[in-house]
Design a protein around this ligand. Sequence first.
Ligand SMILES: Cc1cc2nc3c(=O)[nH]c(=O)nc-3n(C[C@H](O)[C@H](O)[C@H](O)COP(=O)(O)OP(=O)(O)OC[C@H]3O[C@@H](n4cnc5c(N)ncnc54)[C@H](O)[C@@H]3O)c2cc1C
Length: 357
Amino acid sequence: MDTVRNDVVVVGAGIIGLTTAFRLLRAGHAVTLFDPSPAKGATFAAAGMIAPSAEIAPGEFSNYELQRGALAAWRELASDLEELTGEHLRIEQCGTLLVGWDASDRRLVEQFARVAHGFGVTATRTSREEWPDAFNALTPRVDEGLFLEGDAWIDPDQAVRILQDALSLLGAKIIADEVVRVGSDDALVWAWSESGEVHARYGVIASGARGLPEGLSSRHNNVVRPVRGVTIRVEGLERNELPTVRSFVRGRPFYMVNRRDGYAVLGASTDERGDSVIEAGELSRLLRDALDLVPALESATVLETRIGLRPASANLQPFFEVLGESRWAWSSGHYRHGVTLAPLAANDALHFVQGTP
Ligand SMILES: Cc1cc2nc3c(=O)[nH]c(=O)nc-3n(C[C@H](O)[C@H](O)[C@H](O)COP(=O)(O)OP(=O)(O)OC[C@H]3O[C@@H](n4cnc5c(N)ncnc54)[C@H](O)[C@@H]3O)c2cc1C
């Protein structure tokens, strides 16, 4: 059996595992990263919004506080990646325009404004008359909304590509296998996969909605459940450098993140399910909401649909749990915010491995 010895083994190469591996390598640790299909989990479906203000929800203040630090952490990570790879990760801080499609959706926007006020978020009322560009391509029935300054987005496809380049430059060992079982003693951890056994001093599980592999359990009753979501990629609508559009449409949340060259991500459905099939009804609801809010999408080209399983914890908060007395830790529960929180999760992993608080 092939036995490899490393500083840290990371299980899962979604955005959490990739940023974790990068942070550890950059700090001088040897890393082995396992994933049978790197970056094809929830990360693949994500729109890439880093939008603490637009993501606020009643009772989720601590989550909002956490996310507020994320943009600075992404800027730091991006500059570190650029120094190493020469590749520039685009971070677009264009804010969010939140609107309501009909009268009851506009009441939801009003409710949102009250929660935002309670959280201390600056939500400025704006209108088509005041800022016609921001309302460009939206249905004429929408002519007012809230502008949430500061929200941003990255393109997760680009982030993943740069991270993977960085990992290979830093000499990460990447094994395209599923870890089926893990173990540990006082000095070492080990992970088994089809290609053999890997030993390391520490291990981090970043397996998204899949949960813990055999051999580990949570002491704090942490669990993750999959919450399925679909996004649609389209091309043909220019809204360059304008705010991301968020809306309630018939009570359902909808967003459109516009990238360069008329490329946009439309999202997202939310289903408490763990299967990865896209249903016709789900897709048609998302497209109907999109076309009702943005009639100009009528002639856009549908490039692809993507599906992912958000890893949701019982209280919808992310967690970084050191598992028992072991040398394993579990980084998960990032739910709707894993792209946003990835650099912070990576810092947690570094502190764990280096024994710092
Ligand atoms: C439709 C949708 C839109 C989203 N939009 C946003 C957004 O705009 N902004 C934002 O911040 N977040 C967003 N999210 C949430 C975000 O995508 C997730 O929180 C994040 O991707 C979780 O990252 P992860 O690395 O934990 O999981 P994943 O990306 O799912 O990666 C887990 C990886 O672990 C691997 N794995 C699992 N088990 C094993 C094993 N035993 N051995 C080896 N490998 C294993 C899997 O193959 C997978 O590649 C969205 C999610 C969805 C579904």
